[in-house]
Each structure stands twice: as C-alpha cells, then as structure tokens.
Design a protein around this ligand. Structure first.
Ligand code: NAD
Length: 478
C-alpha cells in the first residue's frame, strides 16, 4: 500500500518519521498507511507558516475576504459530504448517519466563523487623557492544534475555522488513530484558496504532538484530548509561557428526578451514554436516579440497552457501531472487568459479542452496572465506551454532593418537571454545560468549556474566536 503523504507548506510531503497504519474497526483491515512527520518535517511546516502568516496575501487580507475562504470550505465539505462521511466512518467506526451529521456540523462551523470573522468589531474605550485609544485584536501567529479520534470531522473543523477566522496560520495534528478526515480537509483548504503554509496538516503520534508543544515557532497550542495529555501539555506550555486551550475529559452526571417524564428521560439517558458507542467527551456515564424510582427506571433502561442494535456502521438499522480500535475495546472491557471484580453488579452487556458478524470488529455491547458507590473507580474514571453506571440519590443535598464529587466538570443532564428544583440543582452543579430535560444538544454558537479538570479556555461561539486573538491597545495623542 502506497504511503499517504501529509500536507505541509502547501505541498503533499512524505515524512521522515516511521510510517503508521490506520485500520477499519469494523473489520480490522488496514485502510491506509500514513507518513509520519519528524521534528525536521515540523520545522519545515512551522517556517512556512511563519512566512505565510506575515505575508500580505494573508495578513493583508480583509476579514470579509478571509470569510470568503471559510465559506468556500463549508461549500466544499457540503459538496463532498457523502464521500467524507464514508472516510470518517471507515476510519472511526461511527455509524454512517452519525458521520453525515458530523460533516453537516463541520460545514456549518466554517460558515459560522466566516460570519463571525466578517462582523467582529473592536472597541474604543473611554479616553482618560488627550488621546484617542483603540483596542484592536490581532492574531497570535502560528497555532498548533492537536485533536483526538472520537469525532475528528467536527473537532477538527472547530479548530480550523476559528483559528483561521482570527487570522492565524494553523498546523493541525490529528489523532494517529483517525488521521484521514484531516487530510481531506487539507485538500479542501488548498482548493478553497488558502495561501500555502496557512493550513498544514501533519500526521504522526504523540512525539509529534510533544514536538509541536515545545516548538518555539508555534505561538499557541489548542488541544482536545484526554486529561492526562492535557496536563503534560499544560506543564510544557507553562515552561515556555505559551498560551494553551485545553478541551479535556469528562464523567458527566445524567440525573433523573422522580417527577420527570420517565419515558423521555430513559430514552435520553440511553442516548446520552450509548450514542457514538459512548465515545463522547460529554457521555452521560454516571446515571443518578432518585431512590424512589430507581428500580423501575433501571429496568426500563436495561430494556432499552438490550434493544439497541450493534452492527456494521454503514447499515441504516445500526444504532451502535464498533469502538474505534481493538485496543480501545479491550481497554473498555478491562474497566468493566475490574469493576465486577471490585463488587459491581452487571445489569446487561459486559461481554464481547460472540455473534459471527460482529466478532471480526471491535464491537462492545451497551453495558450497565450498579451496586457501586460514586467513589468507585468505574464511577470516577473516564471509560470512553458504552458503559453506564447507575447510582441513586436520597435528596438534593445527597445528589449535589455525589454529582460534584468528580475531578471532571464537563457536562450534566437533569430531568425534572419542577422548575424551582431544576433551578436550584442547576445552580449548584459544577459543569460547563447543563442540559435540562434533554441531553447532548450542541451548538456552534454557544460557548463550550470544561470546568475543573475538564478544560481550560473555551471553544465555540464568539468566545471561541476571541481566544485565538490577543489584544493590542493603540494610543494616539491629539
Ligand atoms: P489523547 O489525549 O490520548 O490524544 C489526543 C491527541 O493528543 C492525539 O492527537 C495524541 O497524539 C495527542 N497527544 C496525546 N498526548 C500528548 C502529549 N503529551 N503531548 C502532545 N500531544 C499529545 O486522547 P484520545 O484518546 O485521542 O481522545 C479521547 C479523549 O479526548 C477523552 O478523554 C475525551 O473526553 C477527550 N475529548 C474531549 C473533548 C472536549 O471537547 N472536552 C472532545 C472530544 C474528546
């Protein structure tokens, strides 16, 4: 199989690092062999980015013309959506329906930031002397973006669009597990007309990510991934005094009070943990049910979990595809095995499927556990698979104490018909996103930020653009 090059400094390049493979998790087959960028290759991309970001063809481009390039990216993603959705599916294992939705969201992300870039205004603060003072926003320069494997089509659009809208150059390193969609985006960026060097996509593993963080020619790092990686990056960035944006892990509470619409709540709780096979940073993996309804609600949830259809991601009847890799599937299973050994009660799932059509892929069944405390490892560690832990609570004080007892603070869901109770609980939950009587609504116009160990900085919305800009005050004496 020919080694796929990466896109650096406006050209497709064979890297000097050791090539690596990407596999289809449905079958285990190798779908691409990829070139890996060495430190020397990174130097080339950085140097081209530094030149391009300062050149009149980019630095002198008025915002409405930069916006036009972003609009083109959105249109090209729409044009190629079906093909791109398939690329995403075979690399990542998500269902085709879900991949189509990811691509639709990615195109809209480019359009949203095109509009934001074109209409963004500076300010003229009140003068405190005989001068005019203006606050303008300028780009950082070259931003390094590092992304995970779970939803690369949207997560990479959420890096590219605002970083470029702000007038920076970007060097994007996708996950070594799912590198393909980023390379497609590189080709579309070239076709859109971004100047050479403004968008580079380098493929490679953690070593390449580390080299980006410590590279003196990269002015800022934007990282989405696990909390462990985020901590390393923050430490290295602190040494270099380099600004960082970190979007990290979660262990989100999904709460069901006794007065909720239980049918709707059960469906949403199941979707919250099982959609995308649970490989979502906002997966509602800690399911808190009020004690008075716990038995009945648990039974309903188990029924839903058993009814979900595991299968090939291209099949329109499939609700849950394979996990991203066999190694990840084994890791998810190891979490469940350890929880059972520590005394958890298995309600459903928890075993590798023996069905002949599924045994070739990295499938894992929807799994529910109970009989553990919120302090147990399975309730505290991010499993990142279709594994939900059902916990109970006595009253609101007990609920708040348990729900907030987590190092994470990414998202939460709350089901109740009592608006006063909803407001009181919502106000006390430590979370960056809260869904009331719903789960997993996401919008590019609305800031997304992890509290506690779930992140630093915010993505999406206008704040998601501003974080890639720095203030520059200009004083002009009368
Ligand atoms: P990961 O942290 O293992 O890897 C993410 C990316 O960072 C990859 O490209 C990897 O090569 C690179 N990387 C890892 N360690 C690094 C280091 N020390 N220095 C530089 N680069 C490094 O994460 P993953 O397993 O790919 O993704 C799953 C994680 O991502 C989960 O924890 C999930 O919650 C999180 N996530 C968070 C959000 C969010 O918006 N908060 C969104 C999606 C995923």
């Amino acid at each position: 199989m020919a080694i796929r090059p990466f896109f650096s400094a406006g050209v497709w390049t064979q890297g000097r690092g050791a090539p690596f493979e990407s596999r289809n998790p449905e079958t285990g087959e190798v779908i691409a062999t990829l070139s890996s960028a060495s430190v020397e290759d990174l130097d080339v991309a950085v140097s081209a980015a530094r030149t391009a970001v300062a050149a009149p063809s980019w630095a002198g481009l008025a915002p409405h013309l930069r916006a036009r390039l972003l609009h083109r990216m959105g249109e090209l993603i729409d044009r190629d959506r079906e093909r791109l959705a398939e690329v995403q599916m075979v690399d990542n294992g998500k269902t085709l329906a879900e991949c189509r939705a990811l691509l639709e969201s990615a195109a809209n992300t480019f359009r949203y930031y095109a509009a934001a870039c074109e209409t963004m205004e500076g300010s003229v603060p009140p003068s405190r002397g005989a001068y005019l003072n203006i606050a303008i926003e300028v780009p950082f320069g070259v931003v390094g973006a590092i992304t995970p494997w779970n939803s690369p089509a949207t997560l990479e659009a959420q890096k590219l669009a605002p970083i470029l809208a702000a007038g920076n150059a970007i060097i994007l390193k996708p996950s070594e597990v799912t590198p393909l969609i980023a390379l497609e985006y590189a080709a579309l960026a070239k076709e859109s007309g971004f100047p050479d060097g403004i968008v580079s996509v380098l493929t490679g593993g953690i070593e390449l990510g580390r080299a980006m963080v410590s590279h003196p020619g990269i002015d800022m790092i934007s990282f989405t991934g696990g909390t462990a990686g985020g901590r390393h990056i923050a430490a290295e960035a602190a040494r270099m005094l380099k600004p960082v944006v970190l979007e990290l892990g979660g262990k989100s509470p999904h709460i069901v009070c006794e007065d909720s619409d239980l049918e709707k709540a059960a469906k949403a709780v199941a979707m919250g943990i099982f959609s995308g096979a649970g490989q979502s940073c906002v997966a509602g993996s800690r399911i808190f049910v009020e004690k008075t309804i716990a038995e009945g609600f648990t039974a309903t949830l188990v029924d839903i979990a058993r009814s979900l259809r595991l299968g090939p991601p291209a099949d329109s009847a499939t609700q849950i595809g394979p996990l991203v890799t066999f190694a990840h599937r084994d890791n998810v299973h190891a979490h469940v095995t350890r929880a059972l050994a520590a005394g958890a009660n298995l309600l459903t799932g928890g075993e590798l499927p023996d069905d002949a059509t599924l045994s070739a892929g990295a499938y894992y069944p929807p799994t529910l556990l109970n009989g553990v405390s919120n302090r147990s490892d399975i309730a505290q560690q991010e499993v990142f698979g279709p594994v939900g832990v059902i916990l109970t609570f006595e009253d609101d004080e007990d609920l708040i104490a348990q729900a907030n007892d987590s190092e994470f603070g990414l998202a939460a869901g709350l089901w109740t018909r009592d608006i006063e109770r909803a407001w009181k609980i919502a106000a006390r939950l430590q979370t960056g996103t809260l869904w009331l009587n719903s789960y997993k609504n996401l919008s590019i116009s609305t800031p997304f930020q992890g509290h506690k160990q779930s992140g630093l900085g915010r993505e999406k919305g206008l704040d998601g653009l501003r974080q890639y800009l720095q203030a520059k005050a200009v004083f002009w004496p009368a």
